[in-house]
Design a protein around this ligand. Structure first.
Ligand SMILES: Nc1ncnc2c1ncn2[C@@H]1O[C@H](COP(=O)(O)OP(=O)(O)OP(=O)(O)O)[C@@H](O)[C@H]1O
Length: 141
C-alpha cells in the first residue's frame, strides 16, 4: 500500500470526491436517475416530454425530409435539457438557501426564462415545419 493510501483505496478522501470518474454504466445510471427525478417532481418536464413524444409521432406519421427530423428533435432535446438544468438549479438553490431572497428569485427566473426561450424556438420550428408540409401538399406535381 502506498504512503497515505487507506485500506479501502479511497486515500482518505471524502465520499463525494470518490464519486467522480466512475465507470460508464454508473455515470449513465446517474443520468437516468436525474431524468427520473425530474419526471417525478416537475410537472413542466412531464408536459414537455409528452409534447416531444407528440412531435415524434407527427414526424413518424408525415415522414418529412431528414432535415426536419434533425431540427425538430434538436429543439425538443434543447427544451428538455434546459428544463433539466432548471430543475438542477432549483434543487440546489432550495437546498442551499431555502429562505426567500431577491438573488434567488433572479437566478430562478433566468433559468425559467431560458426554458421559455428554447420553447419559443421549438414552437417556431414546428410552425415552420407545418407550413412547409402545407406548401408541399398544395404545390402541383
Ligand atoms: N427562495 C426564493 N426567493 C425568491 N423567489 C423565489 C424563491 N423560490 C422561488 N421563487 C420565485 O418563485 C418562482 C417559482 O419557483 P420555483 O422555480 O421553485 O417553482 P417551480 O414551480 O418549480 O418553477 P418552474 O415551473 O420554473 O420549474 C421562481 O421563478 C421565483 O420567481
Amino acid at each position: 500500500m502506498a504512503a497515505g493510501e487507506s485500506s479501502d483505496g479511497t486515500m482518505g478522501l471524502p465520499a463525494k470526491v470518490c464519486m467522480k470518474n466512475q465507470p460508464f454504466h454508473k455515470r449513465l445510471s446517474y443520468s437516468l436517475q436525474g431524468i427520473r427525478s425530474a419526471w417525478k417532481q416537475e410537472a413542466s418536464f412531464r408536459t414537455q416530454a409528452w409534447m416531444a413524444l407528440g412531435v415524434v409521432a407527427v414526424l413518424i406519421a408525415l415522414r418529412p425530409p431528414a432535415i426536419w427530423w434533425a431540427l425538430l428533435l434538436m429543439n425538443c432535446g434543447l427544451v428538455l435539457a434546459a428544463e433539466l438544468f432548471n430543475t438542477a438549479l432549483e434543487q440546489t438553490l432550495d437546498h442551499l438557501h431555502p429562505e426567500i431572497h431577491p438573488a434567488i428569485k433572479v437566478a430562478k427566473d433566468c433559468a425559467a426564462g431560458a426554458v421559455l426561450v428554447f420553447s419559443f424556438s421549438a414552437v417556431g420550428t414546428f410552425l415552420a415545419f407545418l407550413w412547409s408540409m402545407v406548401v408541399r401538399t398544395s404545390s402541383p406535381g
